[in-house]
Design a protein around this ligand. Structure first.
Ligand code: PLP
Length: 499
């Protein structure tokens, strides 16, 4: 939808660009190897060979025996296998000790187990998301049969002492499940050395394709398949293997040593960025731990008094892609469970950004990112105005010459929140196709449900040459909370008009 003059992608914990070697490996399979690796004839043998070779290469990247690794459709699935593993825990060992800052793929799986009668015991991370092995030791009750802790946190970059924790769990007779998605390629991963029983991986976080993951299961660790059906992957995961994706994963895994080789330089650039950011915004708070306790390229920063969606939109306008540290695009405006779990208030969470630099960040891109942050955070950016929910009065709403855009997501047919009176509905993802419907001689007020999309689109319109632009902060939800009477009256009026 959006195109920018310059792009510095700083959201590498969300995903990474696919490398050339990965594309080539995938193309080769797609072009020449369509047979099903489970078929018996000669043509399929080549597919089976590619599959076996890929398993060897991914296993090598994590120092696992190849037989202990099987491929999945994504790390979300790898994490979900915990739902098939936990019921194998002996009676009397059915409590699960876990890091509450896990990725939702793990957290939701654990909550489901909780509903099924497993006792869930959350660990207590500190202000930077850290949990010491001693805390695991102190929290281990006799009935704990499984400990769950990730190796690196995706939102703040915090690294965990997996070896220490797994050792404590083993000594206690508990199994250890580790989501290593954000560790691979950023810090050395050695599943044997670390002593974990289960570990999840995802290809697209290391420049591989999306839609393929892996699960390591230590030899002898209890296991039951989560996906049922055919006998693929030695019966551990049903479903025809996505061979092109798996070949891509293997090519990406072969590159892990090169990614690791750039970690020290990346850490240095991260320090340079933090120092510059602290000069630009002295009241900012870095939530990520320092030095070796964090992924080399990740910075979580709270910018007090800002709204992350707004800053994100402004940065995006200049081609700098970062993530907002809060999942406020859900229609419920929920602040990130990771940040609030670390002790941030919901307000602080909504003022938090995650910057995840690429492993090969050029110095000139770093300088550009710093310059853009300077421009945006010191208010030199101007032009697009932000309207607080309390400022959106009847006078503003019905002012002549104002054209109100109401952004919606096509997948949500039912409006959770009523639109503003007289507003014009546009789809968020394809607004670029509707520019001819948006007048250039009016003052444009961009609104959305929770405040996440409006600044992005406002800055997009600025880029497209629109002159007078304002967006509603915190969305219609914020306005409803700030002015409930007005919302009730005008939203009703709108629906009456519409009916
Ligand atoms: N675990 C962590 C820590 C992640 O960061 C992610 C992706 O964001 C996942 C699991 C899910 O990975 P996938 O996209 O392969 O399902």
């Amino acid at each position: 939808m959006f195109s920018f003059r310059r792009q510095v992608y700083c959201d590498n914990n969300a995903t990474t660009p696919v490398s050339r070697a990965v594309r080539k490996a995938m193309n080769d399979v797609l072009a020449h190897c369509y047979a099903n690796p489970s078929s018996p004839y000669r043509m399929a043998h080549r597919a089976a060979d590619i599959l076996a070779g890929a398993r060897e290469r991914v296993a090598k990247a994590i120092n696992a025996p190849a037989e202990s690794l099987f491929f999945t459709a994504c790390a979300t699935e790898s994490n979900n296998t915990v739902r098939a593993i936990a019921p194998l825990l002996p009676v009397g060992k059915r409590a699960i000790l876990y890091n509450p800052l896990e990725h939702p793929a793990m957290l939701e799986s654990l909550f489901r187990l909780g509903e099924q009668g497993f006792a869930l015991i959350p660990l207590a991370p500190d202000r930077q998301g850290r949990i010491a092995p001693r805390a695991v030791e102190n929290a281990l009750r006799d009935d704990v049969g499984l400990v769950v802790c990730m190796a690196a946190n995706n939102e703040v970059g915090t690294l965990y002492d997996v070896e220490g924790m797994a050792g404590v769990a083993r000594a206690h007779g508990a199994l250890f499940f580790c989501d290593m998605v954000q560790a691979l390629g950023k810090v050395p991963v050695d599943v044997r050395e670390s002593g974990v029983d289960y570990a999840s991986f995802s290809a697209h976080k290391i420049h591989g394709p999306k839609g393929v993951g892996a699960l390591y299961v230590r030899e002898g660790a209890p296991f039951a398949p989560f996906m049922l059906g055919g006998h693929q992957e030695e019966g551990r995961r049903a479903g025809t293997e996505g061979l092109h994706n798996i070949a891509g994963f293997a090519a990406a895994a072969a590159d892990v040593p090169r990614l690791l080789a750039s970690a020290a330089a990346l850490r240095q650039k991260r320090e340079t960025f933090i120092a510059a950011l602290t000069r630009i915004a002295p009241d900012c708070v870095i939530n990520s731990p320092g030095g070796g306790q964090c992924q080399p390229g990740t910075v979580s920063v709270t910018l007090p008094g800002t709204a992350n969606a707004v800053v994100m939109g402004q940065l995006d306008y200049y081609g700098v892609s970062v993530a907002a540290g809060s999942a406020c695009n859900t229609g419920e405006d929920l602040p990130s469970h990771v940040l609030t779990g670390m002790g941030l208030t919901p307000e602080e969470a909504r003022a938090t950004l995650r910057i995840a630099f690429p492993h090969n960040l050029p110095e000139k891109d770093l300088r550009y990112v710093i310059a853009v942050f300077g421009k945006v955070l010191t208010g030199q950016d101007g032009e697009v105005m932000a309207l607080q929910p309390a400022q959106l009065t009847e006078e503003v709403l019905f002012a002549p010459g104002v054209f109100i855009i109401d952004l919606r997501h096509a997948m949500k047919p039912e409006y959770a929140l009523k639109p503003l009176p007289g507003s014009h509905r546009f789809p968020f993802y394809s607004i670029g196709k509707h520019l001819h419907e948006i007048p250039r001689d009016r003052h444009i007020l961009v609104t959305c449900e929770t405040g996440y999309d409006a600044p992005i689109v406002a800055y997009y319109l600025k880029r497209k040459g629109y002159g007078r632009l304002t967006f509603l902060m915190w969305g219609i939800l914020g306005w409803k909370l700030a002015q409930p009477e007005l919302y009730a009256r005008l939203a009703r009026q709108h629906s009456e008009e519409a009916s």
